[in-house]
Ligand binder design. Structure first.
Ligand SMILES: Cc1cc2nc3c(=O)[nH]c(=O)nc-3n(C[C@H](O)[C@H](O)[C@H](O)COP(=O)(O)OP(=O)(O)OC[C@H]3O[C@@H](n4cnc5c(N)ncnc54)[C@H](O)[C@@H]3O)c2cc1C
Length: 440
């Protein structure tokens, strides 16, 4: 069996596993019975160790393909290894779009279900799971066709269950109709975080998609200044065409330290100044609006050999102040954050490991290296926990077990449901071991 070193997108904690590429449900079933520790993996876009299993058997889902004809109501059944990019290539020319897309389209349907990914429309449309009507799950005790009505607990535990309930082989999704491959985007630039948050609270619900970029390198009056972009699909246009692939590739791993306080501060200044103060209904392509980072292949190499941490948390509306406190802590620590993205969340899914909480979510990309980083992140954990919030497991590479358990208080429910289909705990991951998610 080929042994491979597997990384998350942040490249911080690789581990070696045996990698197999099953191409059918029968092969997944057979492989699941051949090992005492197994995990599914997609395109490795989770940032930490969620898609790794040291010393175990990792099943790449990439050959679990197939896209059914899209019916007149926009319902499609896809193999778990199909990426959102591949699905859009087929669906967009027929006038259909995915109901939820994360900030990259290079994620598989299996990975989107396991993390229950959210997009810029969570405040109105919820996360990916809300649009999945059925899925097939291979577990150590059998294969199940799940719908929310027939298998409520197992279906929802799988949505956001980080691959720990079994291997998804296919799913049925409800797509949304589009008439154009453009989004009409309204851009607003704000000098303070308070203004951005007030505007998002007042008017996000008027837009299907909304996201704010926040400058975490400024202090004083302009702390947390930023750019808010919101939009919706253009009502008409030419036949939609799927976005093109990346035009650039980062050819080698950059020297660690390339992204430091100075370079990030200079970039942020340029970015902020080059944005219009207020521009309405500007047509932008799907790729530019939803997946700007996909324009450069392997951009994670820019963070150097030490890699980077993405820290994403959600806090309830009543704790909106903790977003400001987090940014204050970051800007006063001088730890550079190249990307800081603020979004509104609606309710989470009914599953025990659902991440979203109605309120705010902030995601920070932080290069590994600064001595202050571990202490800063521990402080942020305390702040998030005290605010009734939680950290996103799909991005995590460094939480400790006790903090994770406090952030996900329904973990016992998750374990009970998992044990009903995997009593011996054969399906596990580096993330599950680090955070003792399974209690074994
Ligand atoms: C640039 C960038 C932007 C991002 N933006 C967002 C965002 O806006 N919102 C958001 O929610 N996330 C975002 N993410 C995170 C990403 O969407 C998730 O981590 C997603 O799960 C990655 O999918 P993948 O196919 O790469 O899965 P992997 O990273 O390979 O695996 C992720 C998890 O899925 C499980 N899994 C994979 N396939 C299966 C299967 N067939 N059956 C069961 N479990 C399976 C794995 O075991 C693992 O636990 C972003 C990531 C990047 C790199």
């Amino acid at each position: 069996m080929p042994r491979e070193i597997l990384y998350g997108w942040g490249r911080t904690s690789p581990s070696a596993a045996n990698l197999e590429n099953p191409s059918s449900q029968a092969q997944v079933e057979a492989l699941l019975h051949s090992s005492d520790a197994t995990l599914a993996r997609g395109l490795g876009r989770s940032y930490g160790d969620a898609a790794q299993l040291a010393g175990g058997l990792v099943l790449s889902n990439r050959l679990l393909g197939g896209i059914s004809p899209i019916d007149g109501a926009g319902v499609v059944t896809v193999g778990a290894g199909i990426s959102i990019d591949e699905l859009l290539t087929v669906a967009m020319p027929q006038g259909w779009f995915v109901p939820v897309t994360p900030g990259t389209r290079h994620v598989t349907i299996g990975g989107a279900i396991a993390a229950d990914v959210h997009g810029k429309n969570h405040h109105l449309d919820g996360s990916f799971s809300r649009h999945v009507t059925a899925l097939r799950l291979v577990t150590p005790t059998g294969t199940h066709d799940l719908t929310p009505a027939t298998h409520h607990d197992l279906f929802w535990a799988t949505m956001g269950g980080m691959g720990l309930t079994g291997v998804v082989t296919q799913a049925t999704l409800q797509l949304i109709p589009i008439r154009s491959d453009h989004v009409l985007v309204t851009t607003m630039r704000f000098d303070t975080l308070d203004e951005i948050m007030a505007e998002m609270l007042a008017h996000d619900d008027d837009f299907r998609y909304s996201v704010a970029w926040v400058d975490c390198m400024t202090r004083g009056r302009s702390m947390g200044r930023g750019i808010l972009t919101r939009g919706d699909h253009a009502p008409s246009g030419t036949t939609p065409v799927a976005p093109r692939g990346a035009r650039l590739t980062v050819p080698f791993t950059a020297p660690s330290g390339l992204l430091n306080s100075l370079t990030v501060r200079a970039f942020n200044e340029l970015w902020f100044r080059s944005s219009p103060r207020h521009r309405e209904a500007e047509p932008q392509g799907i790729g530019a609006f939803f997946h700007p980072l996909d324009g450069v292949n392997s951009w994670n190499r820019l963070y150097g050999r030490r890699g980077f941490v993405q820290y994403q948390f959600a806090v309830p509306d009543e704790a909106g102040d903790s977003v400001r406190t987090a940014i204050e802590k970051l800007s006063s620590s001088h730890v550079p954050s190249f990307l800081a993205v603020l979004k509104r969340f609606g309710p989470g899914n009914p599953g025990p490991l659902s991440f979203p909480i109605p309120g705010w979510t902030l995601a920070l990309d932080l290069p590994v290296g600064p001595a202050k980083l571990p202490g800063l992140l521990n402080e942020l954990d305390e702040l998030v926990l005290a605010s009734g919030g939680r950290v996103y497991l799909a991005k995590d590479s460094r939480l400790d077990a006790a903090t994770a358990h406090a952030m996900y208080p329904r973990l016992e429910d998750f374990r009970r449901i998992k044990e009903s289909v995997d009593p011996e705990g054969l399906i596990t991951s580096d993330l599950a071991r680090r955070l003792n998610l399974l209690g074994k």
